[in-house]
Design a protein around this ligand. Structure first.
Ligand SMILES: [Zn+2]
Length: 256
């Protein structure tokens, strides 16, 4: 296949005489029908995995939150166990001091022991308050863990369903893309190489839409009003005519 890019003007003219522009536009319109689908399928194949990744990230964040709530609960339980141990040792110390009370000889020693017992009892009631508070904290922390567990479970279910759906759609889109690309490759040899490369450049820059019909004297895509002169040029079929605003190629549906 001869490459038109960089070919000399005489070569271009020679090719021009062998293929009519009207015929080329007809082929580009057929190609565009395929390429709309190709573009749609490629977008889907690009966007779907990204959507799933984004959902997975928020699912992972929920799991992290659950883990940190579970760690908090564990820390409270450890502290509570420590406080309970401290309470036991205070109770034992009080019992021991109570037992010693009657073995003391002097009033001074007796009064000192009484003070010691009072102080132990004050410490004990502080520890008891801490333990009571701890029970409330444990209950609240357990509740928070349960709530987050339910959130994670529902996210997991949703994630698996979304992933399954996306995997299915990706497989279908890949199949369809193969079919479309193969159909497309049967059309391209009939398009002049310079025209094909211009069409494909526009296709890439313009969201998969390179050739559009004129609708009510305007570009079928960007709706820019077209002059009588431009429409006349399209009708002449001497050359490819592009929209001044969006650079897409133009054709008249009734004219083909
Ligand atoms: Zn336009």
């Amino acid at each position: 296949m001869a490459k038109a890019v960089g070919s000399s003007p005489t070569e271009s003219i020679a090719i021009m005489t062998t293929t009519s522009i009207k015929d080329q536009i007809r082929k580009l319109v057929d190609l565009q029908v395929m390429d709309i689908e190709v573009y749609r399928l490629k977008s889907e194949l690009r966007d779907r995995p990204a959507e799933i990744e984004a959902f997975k990230a928020s699912f992972e964040a929920k799991k992290d939150k659950l883990k940190s709530l579970e760690d908090q609960l564990k820390a409270i339980l450890v502290r509570q166990k420590g406080d309970e141990g401290e309470l036991k040792s205070k109770e034992e110390a009080i019992l021991k001091a109570d037992g010693q009370l009657f073995q003391l000889k002097t009033n001074k020693e007796y009064q000192a022991k009484l003070l010691e017992i009072e102080s132990l009892k004050a410490d004990k009631s502080l520890v008891e308050e801490k333990i009571l508070l701890g029970f409330d904290q444990i209950e609240a922390a357990r509740k928070a863990v349960e709530v987050e567990k339910a959130v994670v479970a529902s996210y997991e279910k949703e994630f698996q369903a979304k992933k399954k759906e996306a995997d299915g759609m990706i497989a279908v889109a890949n199949d369809q893309l193969k079919v479309k690309e193969s159909q497309r490759s049967r059309l391209t040899p009939d398009v002049r190489p310079d025209i094909l490369s211009r069409y494909e450049r526009i296709l890439q820059k313009k969201e998969g839409l390179a050739i559009v019909p004129v609708k009510n004297h305007a570009c079928g895509r960007c709706f820019m009003h077209l002059t009588e002169q431009l429409i006349h040029e399209i009708k002449m079929h001497d050359q490819l005519v592009a929209c001044d605003a969006c650079a897409r190629l133009l054709y008249l549906e009734d004219d083909l």
